[in-house]
Write a protein that binds this ligand. Structure first.
Ligand code: ZN
Length: 495
């Protein structure tokens, strides 16, 4: 071989090298672009105005479920309900409760205390709750260890307002024996806020026990009127509550309180598909994404009335479908069954996921791992993954093995855990199913928080502007790898 030839060979080798390397990179880039296109195709349908924001119990639900079930059937999944009476669609009955009637009468030394109109609201989670002539007991900012059941029994606990959404203190007082709890609003929070919050949170599964509780909210002006003629003022009560030696104080006022609730039943559905395993042993890997969103969520004169939920969570359902498609198209399925669950009523309080756990298609302890996918269309390609629910299951080290194998980075801290309770995986975790979210969306929290502060839960979470699918497409490949790894009975032995 002469030098000329050698040089030519070197040049040729370098050229080949230059061609070969970019080709594999190019292939990866093309594959990512193809996955992005596949995701977008599903999101375009699910987040279209035609699907009316995918609200449980509406025509938008029928369209969503019909579309997904057809997609999953064509991909090659089978029904995963394991219930011949309900193939594919597992019914979930949700009860919507809206405050209906509210009456409150107060008396002091045998005389009625008159309150300004619109200054008090009584609510219950049941159909009807009432107390008659119960004495008021001022408890300051909450339940004190010194405050016993006997002291609270039959009394209406009067509580100073605290956190906007935390009803824990009210619940604690009711659990400790109070006949009712009356919260004095601090002026920042109005009765309209309370009613609005109740409307959004008054959902439960039909099987859940509710009722018996009686909660009230009174404005600061209402409370001032109530204390008129007594030696006390609201300011004096607030000051006494702030003292370290504060003791509950009987108010020498009695109350007759009643709340009733208007109840609507919504029959909705979880969609459950299954990719049968190559060597099924009764255990399974589960992938989850909620299909529901808020439906028509604004009122005229606003122009855009539909909460299309393109990111939340058409993107997650599209990713779920893409994982099923890739696994099904591969030459061999994993050893274990892989279940695909599109939940309903996540936005109403993770209700579909709870219903799944209460009536599962297989014993929950046979679920090796569950991966929820929520609002994945956030981060660009190359973003690290975060585990939401890190440290809460035994899955982390295995997920990290898969990440190493797939050359994906995982965020080393657990900052994303602040979102752990806001996703379907949490409902499963409450039933001891090892469930996490592993997403690039949570690997870039500032970007995610920007979404929360802008389009999230608003009509603008739609496709009128482009959404980022680079990270989601990479995540799909990672979920496929997770399914293969956790689906391998040698790599991950049955629990
Ligand atoms: Zn949401």
């Amino acid at each position: 071989m002469n030098r000329g030839r050698a040089r030519r060979f070197t040049v040729l080798a370098a050229t080949l090298f230059a061609l070969v390397m970019p080709t594999s990179l190019l292939a990866a880039r093309n594959a990512n672009a193809q996955t992005q296109a596949d995701l977008l195709a599903d999101i375009q349908v699910l987040a279209s105005d035609d699907f009316q924001g995918r609200e449980p119990g509406t025509d938008g639900e029928s369209k969503t479920l019909r579309y997904l079930a057809r997609r999953w059937f064509e991909i090659g999944l089978t029904s995963g309900t394991n219930d011949p009476a309900h193939e594919w669609f597992a019914p979930v009955v949700v009860i919507a409760r809206v405050p209906d009637g509210s009456t409150a009468e107060f008396a002091r030394k045998g005389r009625h205390q008159i309150l300004p109109p619109g200054s008090i609201l009584m609510v219950t989670s049941g159909n009807r709750a009432l107390v008659r002539d119960a004495p008021l007991l001022f408890v300051g900012r909450g339940l004190k260890a010194s405050l016993g059941r006997t002291e609270l029994a039959g009394r209406v606990a009067v509580l100073l307002d605290g956190d906007m959404t935390d009803s824990l203190r009210q619940n604690e007082l009711l659990a400790a024996g109070a006949a009712a709890v009356l919260t004095v609003l601090d002026g920042d929070r109005t009765l309209e806020n309370v009613i609005g919050h109740r409307k959004r949170s008054g959902y439960a599964l039909a099987d859940d026990a509710t009722g018996g509780d009686l909660e009230g909210f009174i404005t600061d002006k209402g409370m001032a009127a109530l204390l008129k003629g007594t030696a006390l003022s609201l300011k004096a009560l607030e000051e006494s509550a702030a003292r370290p030696d504060f003791q509950p104080l009987a108010l020498d006022i009695t109350a007759s309180l009643e709340a009733t609730t208007h109840e609507t039943r919504i029959t909705t559905h979880n969609l459950i598909g299954k990719l049968p395993g190559r060597r099924p042993d009764g255990t399974a890997v589960l992938f989850v994404a909620h299909w529901d969103h808020f439906g028509v969520c604004a009122e005229p004169p606003a122009e855009d009335l539909i909460c299309n939920g393109a990111v939340d969570n058409a993107s997650g359902v599209a990713a779920l479908t893409a994982v099923a498609e890739k696994l099904s198209a591969a030459p061999h399925p994993p050893d274990r069954d892989v279940y695909f669950l599109a939940t309903t009523a996540e936005e109403l309080g993770l209700l579909g996921a709870h219903a799944f756990a209460e009536n599962p298609p297989l014993p929950l302890k046979r679920i090796v791992a569950a991966f929820n996918i929520d609002s994945d269309a956030i981060a660009p390609k190359g973003t690290a993954l975060a585990i939401v629910g890190r440290g809460m299951t035994k899955l982390d080290p295995i997920i990290e093995d898969v990440a190493r194998h797939e050359r994906r980075k995982i965020v080393a801290n657990d900052e994303a855990n602040v979102y752990a309770k806001r996703q379907d995986g949490w409902a499963l975790l409450q039933h001891d199913v090892p469930a996490v979210m592993v997403e690039s969306a949570y690997g870039d929290l500032p970007r995610l928080e920007h979404f929360f502060n802008t389009d999230y839960h608003r009509p603008s979470d739609d496709l009128k502007h482009p959404i980022e699918l680079g990270g989601a497409a990479e995540d799909v490949d990672f979920y496929v790898a997770l399914a293969r790894w956790f689906g391998d009975i040698r790599k991950v032995p049955a629990p």
